[in-house]
Design a protein around this ligand. Structure first.
Ligand SMILES: [Zn+2]
Length: 144
C-alpha cells in the first residue's frame, strides 16, 4: 500500500506497542500497520493482523508456559493425526489446531494439558479417536 484510499495521502509503515485483547486476555505487543500522513487513517494488511495475533499468542504463551506451535505440531504428527482429526478428538472448533500450529491462537489451559497427556500417552488419544469413529484402526506407533 502506498496511497491512502480515503485522501490519497502517502502512507507510512508504522510500528507501535499497543494492547490487544484475545479472549479474556489483554497483552501489549508490537503492531505493524500503515498510517496515512494526510488523514491519519490506519490500515492493516491481513498478514499484519496475523502477525499481531501471533505476537499476542506468543506473549500469552510466555506468561502461561503453554505449548509452542512447533511442540503442538510435533505431538500431533507423532500421534499420526491430521489437524482436522485432532480437532475432532479434542472436540474443538474447526481450524482450532490449525491456528495453534500457526501460532495465531494459544491453547487454553485444559487443551494444553490434554495435548501434553496425548504426547505422553498416545493410547488416550487413540481411544477417543476410536470412540468418535475416526479410522477403523489405530495409527502406526512411532518410536521416539
Ligand atoms: Zn488519508
Amino acid at each position: 500500500m502506498e496511497r491512502c484510499p480515503i485522501c490519497d495521502g502517502a502512507v507510512v509503515l508504522t510500528r507501535e506497542m499497543r494492547d490487544i485483547t484475545v479472549g479474556r486476555r489483554t497483552v501489549r505487543v508490537e503492531h505493524e500497520f500503515y498510517r496515512c500522513g494526510g488523514c491519519a487513517e490506519e490500515y492493516l494488511e491481513p498478514e499484519m493482523m496475523d502477525a499481531v495475533l501471533a505476537h499476542a499468542a506468543a506473549a500469552i504463551r510466555e506468561e502461561d508456559g503453554t505449548l509452542a506451535p512447533v511442540e503442538i505440531a510435533a505431538i500431533r504428527r507423532d500421534l499420526g493425526y491430521t489437524q482436522a482429526e485432532l480437532e475432532t478428538i479434542l472436540n474443538t472448533g474447526a481450524k482450532t489446531v490449525t491456528r495453534w500450529e500457526r501460532g495465531t491462537v494459544s491453547p487454553t489451559g485444559p487443551a494444553d494439558t490434554l495435548l501434553r497427556v496425548f504426547g505422553r500417552h498416545p493410547d488416550v488419544a487413540h481411544e477417543i479417536a476410536e470412540a468418535k469413529g475416526l479410522r477403523g484402526s489405530v495409527p502406526v506407533r512411532r518410536h521416539r
